[in-house]
Design a protein around this ligand. Structure first.
Ligand code: ATP
Ligand code: MTE
Length: 194
């Protein structure tokens, strides 16, 4: 089975031009390091809000680098230069609308403007591409979901569904730290204990 390779794309005019420091890529990498038990490698890109460049980056990460999962952050809103979902849909073979729906559900627990994010999820080839909002704190929020004071899950994070999705796309078997995010699979899809 191929090693798990994850592409990270931070889409930001200001971070990519040095106006401010990029916090998107470090937040994604840090969250994954804390959440995944399965070894993985990263391909990271910091690019401006330019649709052709976003499309080319997504294609490269999936088609050339072999990333089974690509997470983008930024550029999902309604502003004229927010084009990440448009680029994502342009390179998609199939749309996975549930990811965007679930992220907006989660984010409504944090900000009333959650509905302004056009974020989506798609499949290209055998890879899953997911758009997260640009606010660095929204990365943990959307991947992990909403928990109460005792750590009990109130709204499932989208990452709970990612390992099974990758498995259905014939990718590696991904295991997570349940205290961060529990990966859900039907019993029939669980790997037998060694
Ligand atoms: N890569 C990033 N690093 C640090 N902070 C970010 C980053 N991307 C977004 N933010 C923060 O989140 C806010 C909302 O993100 P959004 O993607 O809408 O950015 P923006 O206003 O389009 O600007 P830009 O593309 O120049 O980051 C930004 O105003 C900024 O405070
Ligand atoms: N979890 C979470 N989701 C969020 C936000 C946030 O702060 N946290 N910001 C919202 C806002 S204000 C906007 S405009 C949209 C789009 O943000 P983006 O353009 O940075 O992707 O995401 C929304 N979703």
């Amino acid at each position: 089975m191929a090693e798990l390779k994850i592409g990270l794309v931070s889409v930001s005019d200001r971070a990519s031009s040095g106006v401010y420091e990029d916090k998107g890529l470090p937040a994604l990498a840090e969250w994954l390091a804390g959440a995944l038990l399965t070894p993985f490698s990263l391909e990271q890109r910091l690019i401006p809000d330019e649709q052709p460049q976003i499309e080319a980056t997504l294609k490269q990460l999936v088609d050339e680098c072999g990333c089974q999962l690509v997470l983008t952050t930024g550029g999902t809103g309604p502003a004229r230069r927010d084009v990440t979902p448009d680029a994502t849909l342009a390179v998609a073979d199939r749309v996975m609308p549930g990811f965007g729906e679930q992220m907006r559900q989660i984010s409504l627990h944090y900000v009333p403007t959650a509905i302004l994010s056009r974020q989506t999820g798609v499949i290209r080839g055998d890879s899953l591409i997911l758009n997260l909002p640009g606010q660095p704190k929204s990365i943990k929020e959307t991947l992990e979901g909403v928990k109460d004071a005792d750590g009990k899950v109130v709204v499932h994070g989208i990452f709970a569904s990612v390992p099974y999705c990758i498995q259905l796309l014939d990718g590696p078997y991904i295991e997570t730290r349940p205290e961060v995010v529990a990966a859900f699979r039907p019993k029939s899809a669980l790997k037998p204990k060694e």
